[in-house]
Design a protein around this ligand. Structure first.
Ligand SMILES: Nc1ncnc2c1ncn2[C@@H]1O[C@H](COP(=O)(O)OP(=O)(O)OP(=O)(O)O)[C@@H](O)[C@H]1O
Length: 603
């Protein structure tokens, strides 16, 4: 169960390495697997596009007939016939346009929803190491802004682009049939136009990546600040935060405008060049008509084709920018999807014997946090806890107590040594399976938005109301819950900010009680309680600990004084162990801590 620095580097690859520097639309390829399941609507959309393009392209041919045959009263029927055909073509354009719009929008929405789910599902499985280097706001921005960009492209730009390419290709073929000479002139002109467009396109793509990055920075900053409004206000830092946000927003504005300018120039150059080219060719055509080489109807047909083709090219050049932005966004989404969790379940995970007993063993475990490779958080740590035993971990701040929990929960993998649960190396278990056997009450419990009952039930979804109530009672939370306006159905704010720290802790304890797992991890579980409530909760905890293996981290020695086994940690190692009295008798670190705390309490 060793994890090298290299593996960690892989975890944070997209941050560390920067992004692949492709300049094409290739990243859009990654959307293909998401499109594959929707062949039906895709075929529908393509058919509708083909019908729309055909209906558009047939019109100039009809116009040619109309012009060449001339308008005279004797041809009234034929002329009406042409207009009837125009009407039919218009109808076909309307219906196929609507069909294309429906299918394409449907695909855009569907695929974006799938991508959002895939990214969220994936990110939720990444280990804490990933979140140490990635701000939540950045992930959120990818989930919303980047997926929205992809949606715009799939839901409209791509189909416009494809339709215009279709029009251009078919239009050029028809132009060729109408007059190959003039067509050759147009094609030559268009090539002259395309080369500068490609250069522009690259520039726009670079700018749009930057603008997306800035947007992500801005939202990350906003999320961080908004989550800490009381702290910001308490330190009177509102103006600084406003200034920081304004600066980030302005920067992203400047880049967005640069991008827009580039696109504006690109559009102007493209439009003028294409239509200028058509005008020139039209002039050559007029000479041919005058010389009797071409009929006027042919010239009209040719010019309309040329305008359609020119319009199609102009549209594609404008959409090119959109497509490139979406390519950038897809690249960022895929980077997220491809980030591998630092810890993955083994190919053939072992299964725990049921019912699990909760025996825990650390054998010479050494561990350094990925972001602090120079300091050992655990240094050859050994610890053995029998099933049903309660052991306290004490020691100065930074001694590595919480790290023991982090490793047991397999949020990180130790670099050397072995950690086993019921005799099985935890590296050989599926982490999700392992965690099902662990209940954690953390120092700063998280309360989710929802009701009090929902929050307790988080420990064991599906538990009945009575079990929830019993858990609350055991955690000494019943009294305060019943005083709330809606009792167990009281809704809590986004992060339970309407509860006091002590109340949150009691909810977290109730959650752990309901979870009913064989191994209980208590990280300063009663630190936010007053003496009265602590006494009540201690009783609940005692009930909870009975028959379970428990590891307790405590700063206040009074809370663990009665436990038979106390392990003293210092600098990532267990340096002493014994009962309170034994350790006090030995003196040492524990003796000093106890002397300080109990002397203070006695005063
Ligand atoms: N995610 C992290 N990344 C890098 N270093 C960390 C991380 N978490 C903890 N550390 C470091 O690892 C060492 C052990 O930390 P740990 O949280 O296990 O200590 P502790 O004994 O639980 O302390 P406390 O009682 O203050 O909670 C400390 O030096 C700490 O700074």
């Amino acid at each position: 169960m060793t994890q090298s620095g290299a593996e960690y580097a892989e975890t944070v690859q997209y941050v560390a390495q920067g992004r692949a520097k492709g300049r094409s639309l290739k990243p859009l390829r990654v959307l293909l697997p998401f499109l594959r399941p929707y062949r039906g609507p895709l075929i529908g959309a393509v058919l509708a596009m083909v019908v729309a393009a055909s209906a558009t392209l047939i019109m100039p041919a009809m116009l040619r007939g109309l012009v060449d045959q001339g308008f005279s009263a004797s041809r009234i029927e034929e002329i009406s016939h042409y207009f009837f055909l125009f009407l039919a073509a218009a109808g076909a354009m309307g219906v196929s346009g609507a069909t294309r719009f429906y299918f394409v929008t449907w695909i855009g929405e569907r695929v974006t929803a799938d991508i959002r789910k895939a990214v969220f599902d994936h990110v939720l499985g990444l280990t804490p190491a990933f979140f140490e280097v990635t701000r939540t706001g950045e992930v959120l921005s990818r989930l919303s802004a980047d997926t929205t960009l992809v949606q715009t492209v799939l839901g409209s730009s791509a189909s416009f682009a494809i339709r215009n390419v279709l029009m251009a290709v078919a239009g050029i073929a028809l132009m060729f049939l109408t007059s190959w000479k003039l067509t050759a002139l147009v094609v030559a002109g268009v090539f002259v136009v395309i080369l500068p467009l490609i250069a522009f396109g690259r520039w726009v793509r670079k700018l749009s990546r930057e603008s997306q990055d800035r947007l992500a920075d801005t939202s990350a900053h906003a999320a961080e600040t908004l989550n800490a409004v009381p702290t910001v206000q308490a330190f009177s830092r509102e103006d600084d935060e406003r200034a920081r946000y304004a600066k980030a927003t302005e920067e992203s504005f400047v880049i967005a405008i640069l991008r827009t300018r580039a696109r504006a120039v690109m559009t102007a150059v493209a439009t003028f060049a294409v239509f200028g080219c058509i005008v020139g060719v039209g002039w050559v055509g007029a000479q041919e008509v005058l010389a009797g080489i071409m009929s006027p109807g042919q010239l009209v047909q040719f010019i309309i084709y040329a305008i359609l083709v020119g319009g199609a090219f102009a549209a594609v050049s404008e959409l090119w920018g959109d497509l490139q932005r979406a390519a950038g966004a897809s690249e960022r989404l895929v980077e997220l999807l491809e980030t591998k969790p630092a810890i993955t379940p083994p190919a053939n995970p072992k299964r725990l014997i049921t019912p699990a007993k909760g025996a825990v063993r650390f054998e010479n475990v050494s561990f350094r946090y990925p972001l602090r490779p120079d300091t050992a958080a655990l240094d050859e740590m050994s610890l053995s806890v029998e099933p049903g035993e309660a052991v306290a971990l004490v020691g100065p701040s930074g001694a590595g107590k919480s790290t023991v929990f982090q490793l047991l929960l397999r949020f990180y993998a130790a670099q050397s040594g072995k950690i086993s649960f019921d005799g099985t190396d935890i590296a050989e278990l599926d982490p999700t399976e392992l965690r099902k056997h662990i209940s954690l009450v953390s120092q700063d419990p998280v309360i989710f938005s929802g009701t009090i009952a929902d929050n307790i039930r988080y420990g064991r979804p599906g538990a009945d109301d009575e079990a929830v109530r019993n858990a609350a009672e055991g955690a000494a939370a019943l009294e305060f819950i019943e005083k709330l306006p809606d009792g167990f159905n009281t809704r809590l704010g986004e992060r339970g900010i309407t509860l006091s720290g002590g109340q949150r802790q009691r909810l977290a304890i109730a959650r752990a009680m309901l979870r009913d797992a064989p191994l209980l991890l208590l990280d300063e579980a009663t630190s936010a309680l007053d003496a009265e409530n602590e006494r009540l909760v201690q009783q609940g905890l005692a009930n909870l600990m009975a028959g379970r293996t428990t590891l307790v981290i405590a700063h206040r020695l009074a809370t663990i004084q009665k436990l038979k086994r106390i392990v003293v940690m210092e600098d990532g190692k267990a340096v002493a162990e014994g009962s309170h009295d034994e350790l006090v008798a030995k003196g040492g670190l524990y003796g000093r801590l106890a002397a300080l705390q109990f002397a203070a309490a006695a005063q």
